[in-house]
Design a protein around this ligand. Structure first.
Ligand SMILES: Cc1ncc(COP(=O)(O)O)c(C=O)c1O
Length: 387
């Protein structure tokens, strides 16, 4: 049997990781500003993470959700405290798409409605409802296209209010910093206006924090820069530092009903242990603060570079989620960064380089990255100055 060939692959076999570095099978070292797609939060193979998971695996790898799992209770308490959502409830699943499926399902159970508003260029996953609220017709199969969704421009409050006033909108779903969409940032005026309109019209506000959350923006959640408190918050990626895990944080206004939501693997003993180890390290090493400080440095240095480097057209994002819009294809830049400069980054659309490093990144890693990026830009011919 062969693997189902759905990913265009770089010709690199990564076999080892430590902190912000990874190594291929030939021993070549790479600087990792991609974090395996924003997944690696506390760095590769953190010793505390390895030792907690090893210990747990020697005790119990898995048992079902039909018995008490004190690790889930501990995780809910710890996550509530560190995120500022003590009064919320936690439902655990295995992937980001599953988190959004469950959030949308909960919203619909709550108000009995079916319509969803989402932002142009949004990405919320590849399963049934998650892909329907994703603004990319190429990945929506006919069976997923059920006319539930209206896509609207980011930060255009009056367009959103007009739809909400129809009184039939089940949920609004937002990435406060868009990932696949290219690091476009929701502004505070829009977010606060939208939250108020959602309250007024009985619509559930969902923040998809799967990529921008868990400390990456320099606050625990990206929406916390905006002065809003959504009804539902979805998390994944960084929560397990590579262990497949996701969650929905649920406001106290939602009452649980036996059987409505459920999962075999979600919140299993190993996953909860991974998530507890991640929280230990985030707190002990002050990684949310680090994402803010080092991310601000990265953004300001990139803006300085933009002043001299004509291929950079815009620098946007927050903390350690940064988009560099260029006048050259991101795929070419990424390839040269990997093969010539031994550095991983992400991409978005045609021209945006997406930087998503582990939250332990240092200023000297930033300097190292900028040096490598500069060398790549130097290989692209400059446009002649127009007179
Ligand atoms: C904002 C956002 N939502 C949802 C998802 C889907 O997560 P998963 O691939 O774990 O299903 C992603 C994945 O990239 C994402 O970036």
């Amino acid at each position: 049997m062969k693997t189902f060939d759905v990913y265009p692959l770089y010709n690199v076999n990564i076999v080892k990781g430590k902190g912000c570095k990874v190594w291929d099978e030939n021993g070549q070292e790479y600087l990792d500003l991609y974090g395996g797609h924003a997944v690696i939060s506390i760095g590769h193979c953190h010793p505390h993470y390895v030792s907690m998971l090893t210990r747990q695996l020697n005790n119990l790898g898995f048992y079902s959700n039909s018995v008490i799992n004190k690790l889930q209770v501990e995780l809910a308490e710890r996550l509530g405290k560190v995120s500022g959502y003590d009064d919320y409830q936690l439902f655990l699943i295995n992937s980001g798409a599953e988190a959004n499926e469950n959030a949308l399902k909960l919203a619909s159970f709550q108000n009995g409605r079916k319509r969803v508003l989402a932002i142009d260029k949004s990405f919320h996953g590849r399963t049934s409802l998650a892909v329907e609220v994703t603004d990319n017709p190429k990945i929506v199969a006919p069976i997923n296209a059920n006319n539930h969704v209206t896509f609207l421009p980011i930060n255009d409050l009056s367009a959103w209010e007009k739809e909400l006033a129809k009184g039939d909108v089940c949920a609004c779903i937002l990435e406060c910093i868009q990932g696949v969409g290219g690091c476009n940032v929701v502004d505070a005026e829009f977010a606060q206006g939208l939250a108020a309109a959602c309250k007024k019209y009985g619509t559930v506000l969902i923040c998809d924090e799967i990529q921008c959350g868990y400390g990456r923006s320099g606050r625990f959640f990206a929406h916390q820069w905006l002065g809003i408190r959504p009804d539902l918050i979805t998390v994944a990626k960084g929560i397990g530092n590579g262990f497949p895990m996701a969650g929905v944080l649920i406001s106290p206004e939602f009452k649980p009903v036996y059987g409505r939501l459920g999962t075999t693997f979600g919140g299993n003993h190993l996953a909860c242990t991974a998530a507890l180890a991640v929280l230990d390290v985030i707190e002990k090493e002050h990684l949310v603060e680090n994402a803010d400080v080092v991310g601000s440095y990265l953004i300001s240095e990139l803006k300085k570079m933009q002043a001299k480097e004509q291929h950079i057209k815009d620098v946007r994002g927050r903390g350690l989620m940064v988009g560099v819009e260029m006048d050259i294809p991101q795929s070419e830049v990424r390839k040269k960064l990997i093969y010539d400069q031994h550095c991983f980054t992400g991409g978005a659309g045609t021209n945006v380089l997406r930087i998503l490093p582990p939250l332990i990144l240092t200023k000297s890693d930033v300097d190292d990255f900028l040096y490598r990026l500069h060398k790549v830009f130097a290989t692209f011919p400059a446009e002649p100055e127009s007179c």
